[in-house]
Write a protein that binds this ligand. Sequence first.
Ligand code: KG4
Ligand code: ZN
Length: 339
Amino acid sequence: MDVYILGIESSCDDTSASVTKNNIVLSNVIANQEIHKKYGGVVPELASRAHQQNIIPVVDSALRLAKIKKKQLSAIAFTRGPGLLGSLLVGTSFAKSFALGLEIPLLEIDHLQAHILAHFIQEENKSHSVPNFPFLCLTVSGGHTQIVLVKDYFDMEVIGRTIDDAAGEAFDKAAKIMGLPYPGGPHIDRLAKHGNPLAFHFPRPRIPDPDFSFSGLKTSFLYFLRDRLKENDQFIENNKHDLSASIQFTIVDILLSKLLAASKKTGVIEIAIAGGVSANSLLRETILKQKEERGWNVFIPELQYSTDNAAMITIAGYFKYQSGQFADQKVSPYSRSGN
Ligand code: KG4
Ligand code: ZN
């Protein structure tokens, strides 16, 4: 029998709902919260309020686009964590009451596992190849940077992690220093297309493989610009393309070197990338090149499944549904991994 799942994602500043039929996505609706732009970052209190306003219309349009009636749903999946607690509470409470009202099971999903499981999303009339277990996944988002050895759908071992900032934070903080809007990653990506990646050199962190550190890079970028601005107050404006290309090149170079170390250490050449930063065009290009250069089997998610979305929650829910891993009504969200 076909399994229809409604998934809800509300861990940060995007309210998203999706419906799947087995492993096929029928709809994936995302409402971005514009309100945070003027504050230069996500304001947690405003995020949860916006989730409350968005959640019903977003779920409603996900069901309509999928042409599925509430009564046809087999289960409700929701992001339990990690993320902003107030935001997670909106999605969690909504999912719980919806499941209770419809008398169907509830599936609790870890946001980071879902980013990885996004690789198993299929679309109607458009099948694509999926990674084989075990594979390595570089999960790079605004809050996390990890290299995960994925042995099965829910058997994942984190073998490398950041000791301070996440890769997305490195992009966003560099962008903020340059006066670009939040989130800065996509702006740096766009400006870098017309810049020289070798125009400026920034030091790489000295930290044992395959762990990451990005806070030193942010500081050296800040001090470098502070010194240059003393000589020329138009330095950023005159060099924004080269600055973007150089900082992007440095971040991607660090990510690739750690991924290479992890592949060497584990002997795994089945390689995937996931999370918001996996939307970065240089990272995608660089990982794809390793196909020829190192014989890696490379998996890159479609752009709409790289950044936060509910389709990844729904697909993770489908695999949990199949193995009977249901949550009960007492389930509560967690803000950090490992809780
Ligand atoms: O996974 P995600 O949507 O949300 C979290 O779970 O954090 O990731 C958001 C992060 C932000 O830091 C954003 O700047 C970054 O992903 N990002 C990018 C690009 N698109 C999104 N970073 C670099 N290049 C991009 N094209
Ligand atoms: Zn995310």
